[in-house]
Design a protein. Structure first.
Length: 94
């Protein structure tokens, strides 16, 4: 449980051993620490970037690469809001 320097390297084991001292807190810690890490949000960003920034744009500066990725994700919502605005304007004119 402890490494050579005396630091704990497995928080789940620490909470399991010391749960009698912190009963309620240890239950919460065990629930939270046992949740597996997920990489889905990061994978979605990289997938979008891969689709948006094709191999022929590989020389695109990273500072400029954020805009096409943002637009790729945001454009459908922008178009929906524009369609709704036009629809309401047409109704207001009638």
């Amino acid at each position: 449980m402890c490494d050579d320097s005396g630091t704990y390297n497995n928080p789940l084991k620490w909470w399991k051993i010391d749960q009698r001292h912190f009963l309620l807190l240890s239950e919460m810690a065990l629930k939270i620490l046992s949740i597996p890490a997920m990489s889905a949000p990061a994978e979605r960003v990289f997938s979008t970037a891969g689709i948006t920034i094709a191999k022929d744009r590989a020389r695109l500066d990273p500072a400029n690469a954020n805009e096409p990725v943002f637009l790729h994700k945001s454009l459908p919502a922008i178009l929906r809001s524009m369609k709704m605005a036009i629809k309401y304007k047409v109704k207001a004119l009638n």
